[in-house]
Design a protein around this ligand. Structure first.
Ligand code: 16G
Length: 251
């Protein structure tokens, strides 16, 4: 918990200062600023809102995580293009990514079934041949527009109480993992470029051969159990990935 959050808890229900600034800037971005327009400098924001540099930085970091702005080293902070969803490398669900952009997440289920674990998936989930998984194939949408095609494999043992796997596919898988006591905590993932074959392109409403960002993810819960293997193809015209990279010290 940061100092600001701690202070807010102690005082009651005041939103931390950086949250107030984040909300004010988000409002400005939505109402007034155009994509790629520069935000005022840190110094100007400190003056205008009467807050510390730390508060300004915290608010800006959160706006980057929300995908509302992006940073250019040495040049400043700019308004993101809303046509693009900037996905941070925090462990977030599709639903969270889309809600952070004030859009409504949705799903169209292509298939939802219990199947014996495919061999390529079994090693990632630490399962043995014959064990069952829930496999979901879903088109994920934002305000009804297709954004990504997702394949998700989940150990069926986590969902014994769920009779109809279509129910699982209908909402947020991560919410259901939380309910099953297997809250996603950490993921290993790789991102590669791909092209969308005809079937996938049709599902995503783009021309065959359109570019995609293909993300493979194995997700673990707090106990270190592998609780999900996923392969998601994101429309490359709608997504980018934000990375913060640190220089390694002392090596
Ligand atoms: C993201 C995840 C996917 C996860 C889904 C859950 C990546 C590459 N993929 O799409 O692994 O199953 O979110 O979203 O980040 P949900 O809770 O909205 O169903």
């Amino acid at each position: 918990m940061s100092q600001d959050q701690l202070a807010a808890e102690v005082q009651g229900h005041h939103a931390p200062k950086y949250e107030e600034l984040r909300a004010a800037l988000a409002d400005d971005i939505n109402r007034r600023l155009r994509p790629h327009e520069a935000l005022p400098s840190e110094r100007d924001l400190m003056r205008a809102y009467g807050v510390s540099r730390m508060t300004v930085r915290e608010a800006l970091t959160r706006l980057v995580d929300d995908g509302l702005v992006y940073r250019v080293h040495g040049a400043g902070t700019f308004v993101a293009d809303p046509a693009t969803i900037s996905k941070s490398l925090h462990l977030t669900s599709f639903s969270e990514d889309i809600r952070a952009r004030d859009m409504t997440p949705g799903s169209r289920t292509v298939s939802a079934e219990r199947v014996p674990v495919p061999e390529v998936v079994s090693t990632h989930l630490g399962l043995t041949t014959g064990q069952m998984v829930v496999h979901l194939e879903r088109v994920r949408t934002a305000d009804g527009v297709p954004m990504a095609l997702e394949h998700v494999w989940l150990p069926a043992g986590l969902f014994v109480a769920i009779v109809d796997v279509d129910d699982l596919a209908a909402g947020s898988v991560y919410d259901r993992l939380v309910e099953a006591g297997a809250a996603p905590e950490r993921a290993e993932q790789s991102i590669r470029a791909g092209v969308l074959p005809a079937r996938e392109a049709a599902l995503l409403d783009v021309a065959p051969g359109s570019p995609a960002l293909v993300v493979s993810r194995t997700t673990y819960d707090l106990r270190g159990r592998a609780v999900e293997r996923a392969e998601s193809s994101y429309r490359a015209d709608r997504y980018d990935f934000q990375l913060t990279v640190h220089r390694r010290r002392g090596t």
